[in-house]
Design a protein around this ligand. Sequence first.
Ligand code: PRX
Length: 657
Amino acid sequence: MSDKSTGRQETGQIDTVMQEERLFPPSAEFSAQARVRSLEEYQKLWEESTANPEAFWGQLAQEELHWFEPFHTVLDWNEPVAKWFVGGKTNVSYNCLDVHLTTNRRHKAAIIWEGEPGDTRTLTYLQLHREVCRFANGLKSLGVKQGDVVSIYMPMTPELVIAMLGCARIGAVHSVIFAGFSAEAIADRNNDANAKIQITSDAAWRRGKQLPLKLTVDEALEKSPTVEKCIVLRRTGAEVEMREGRDVWWHDLVDAQSDDCPAEPLDSETTLFILYTSGSTGKPKGIRHTTAGYNLYAKKTFQWVFDHRDEDLFWCTADCGWITGHSYVAYGPLSAGATQLMYEGAPNWPQEDRFWKLVEKYRVSTFYTAPTAIRAFIKWGDQHVDKYDLSSLRLLGTVGEGINPEAWMWYHEKIGGERCPIVDTWWQTETGGIMMSPLPGAIAAKPGSCTKPLPGIVPKIVDESGREVEPNHGGMLCIAHPWPGMLRGIWGDDERYREQYWTKVPGMYLTGDNARQDNDGYYWIMGRIDDVINVSGHRLSTIEVESALVSHPQVAEAAAVGRPDELKGQAIAVFVTVRDAEPNDALAAELKLHVRKEIGALAVPSDIHFTATLPKTRSGKIMRRLLRDIAAGTEIVGDTSTIEDYSALAKLRDDEE
Ligand code: PRX
């Protein structure tokens, strides 16, 4: 354990208590055929990229994107406003589709799709191009123009991607809203964005039931006065009411359209999309991304991190309602000419083995999912995995939260057959693409670490005064230089953008996460700045306490929060879901002992609450803020005798994300 000086608290540094020494280098075989084959090669690439970022990104932009008109300036940086590839004209839909039509990818599958009920469709690049053109022409026929905002609330069908690309083709701005949000949330977002068009479907399949998307949209549109038209995809066949003059069926709209719709040459900084994410004040923020820089960043990071090869079948399980679905379902893989699997439904429908069944059926080679899903697989039991042949997999990835080292080990052994590298990718809605991750052929993994920055990315860990902290001390994670995929602002709120990301630490982008670097230069994300637990002046990270708990064989998932304590300032309260043990006082005592052994007395929780499930956001993140409130409530403190289902409470905070 690290030495604790009282000065630490004033500087805002964080104490680290976790020791993770395991190292997993890629096999010689994997490295031999990788894009980046060794640590030395990675280091050279990173050093070149950061020594002269503009030359680096400028050259890549020329090579990787199609330019209707060339750019004259790589970066115009006037903090906090970045303009990349100034003067150039390109089109994201062109870069995802048209560029492949003159190559041998023309008839290659772009999307292999399976619906939740088991229906399937495959779209080649040529077919996808045709559908996108027809839909884009459909949008034009409704009067949609460059800069108009199109709000998309759809299930994970190919049409969701077609809608996004259709907008990109004509310069309309899409705002995808995850199809689990309430009518209120849709209306809030539509109003903030001044959305002109809504796209939805009759309903969506979810665990064998139909979610009435159109009904929810009808309610939302009552409160979305700017929306003029609503396009409705027939997905399940559910009966819906079509409002005369406002609602139009997708098939009626596109049936009459020509499949010729030239991609509009757009300025590099044309807004491509806005994507809403929560802010600490509760009012959702429309994170704004633009055309050329985002496109380049999604494409290159996809190729680097997933070591993409033409013969791969890539599967990212994220919904297009999140940034992961934007960058690694829609734009990254398609720009790179990849073939991807897209799945509509839940991982546990009709059974908990659905994902593995899909991997075996389609021979998936690269699989990218979230820690929350991995922890669910662990809880559901190995029997669901063991039935299937997963030997097609060659690379695994995770994103969205820190992965507890023991969950990493399970993923490595059970899913990866101890043969597949794991890329633990750290990034944010705001960053547009992956910022830190192992390059799988070059960088040995350590379970729980996102390892090193990607080319062109310069992370810094600083204390409250903005000074860089020493290795092995936690601090605020910042990014020192602009990068092409960075957000360009918050929709309609320049001041909030500046205030939130660019004021606290001068000259750097503030991520809002804490992190530390170890002696090998590896980065370890320590959770959100707001979640730090302060016990007797020692500032502890949530993930370290949680990972210690998850390393106990009976613990499936854990969340750690601070609650007020008269003596210590804060005491640690943990919420734990168990695998199949009896949750009782004896187990609680054992868990405390376990944490003491693993990471020390300081991190021993004062309260242990057993829970059937943890409250999560819709994208699967543990809602620590909510748990903090629960932990502070006196009625449940110290009570370990009952299992609560706190996830029910999460539903009360309906639209928090
Ligand atoms: O706290 C970090 C966590 O998720 C946050 C970003 O969330 P969001 O904008 O919803 O984007 C998620 C998908 C990119 C980060 O600030 N996070 C994401 N990936 C990781 C992570 N924490 C630890 N390790 C990761 N790999």
